[in-house]
Design a protein around this ligand. Structure first.
Ligand SMILES: [Mg+2]
Length: 233
């Protein structure tokens, strides 16, 4: 048996484009270097994650703050209210988000394989992340009990206890599990420290880390190919 555990954001679907689009819509200007924009936004995303998971602040508030900080550091013209407006625009774009046809096919293939169990390990506020599962139609491949949201579990990524919780949930041992994610420090470090296999989606082409995942891919094409490879293991 093997368990394939997916992160959601920038793993099952690509949210980077939507984050940039929402900012450009509100500011009325191009953000310039979008990779740098995403880098800063994600760096800021790590700062208040605990308060978000505990419900102290809302996803809207935190995204508004992340946007304002990113605007400031990028030297973009903005008013204090723009961050929250961009967060709202992003939410609106998210309501139209979808997963690619290639990813759907890959999930279909896993779902048809009796030796594979599919699961999700995602960081954030429970309601917000579970809404995404519904909006993306992920219930077709992932049963509710195989979805763990950090906001419900009480441990943040990359806490090993979160990964142990998933092992328990699926009844599988660490060497039977694969973590598929885009965030090296959260998804991949957690998996490696837990004795899991890992596949890192390094879409932004970050420098190769010292402790390597089993598989590293740079593009969505490579990701789909790598997932097919996992099916044959
Ligand atoms: Mg992610």
């Amino acid at each position: 048996m093997k368990g394939i555990v997916f992160d959601i954001d920038d793993t099952l679907y690509c949210r980077q484009d939507m984050l940039v689009q929402a900012a450009e819509k509100v500011l009325g200007v191009k953000v310039g270097d979008w990779r740098e924009f995403i880098r800063i936004f994600y760096e800021k995303s790590d700062i208040n994650m605990a308060a978000l998971e505990s419900g102290e602040i809302t996803t809207r508030e935190i995204n508004g703050w992340r946007y304002n900080e990113t605007f400031r550091l990028m030297g973009l013209p903005y008013d204090d209210g723009d961050g929250v407006l961009a967060a709202d625009a992003y939410l609106e774009l998210q309501s139209h988000m979808f997963i690619s046809e290639d990813m759907k096919k890959a999930l279909d293939a896993f779902a048809a394989d009796k030796e594979t169990v599919l699961a999700i390990l995602t960081a954030g506020e429970s309601k917000h992340q579970r809404n995404k599962v519904t909006m993306l139609g992920l219930n077709k491949w992932f049963s509710d009990e195989n979805v763990i949201v950090t906001g419900e579990a009480g441990f943040p990524k990359p806490d090993v206890r979160l990964f142990r919780l998933m092992e328990e949930r699926l009844g599988l041992s660490p060497d039977e599990l694969w973590m598929i994610g885009d965030n090296y420090d959260k998804d991949i470090t957690g998996a490696i420290n837990s004795g899991w296999h890992s596949l890192w989606i390094n879409r932004r082409g970050l420098p190769s880390p010292e402790i390597k995942p089993d598989i590293e891919v740079l593009t969505d094409e490579e990701l789909i190919k790598a997932l097919k490879g996992l099916l044959d293991l």
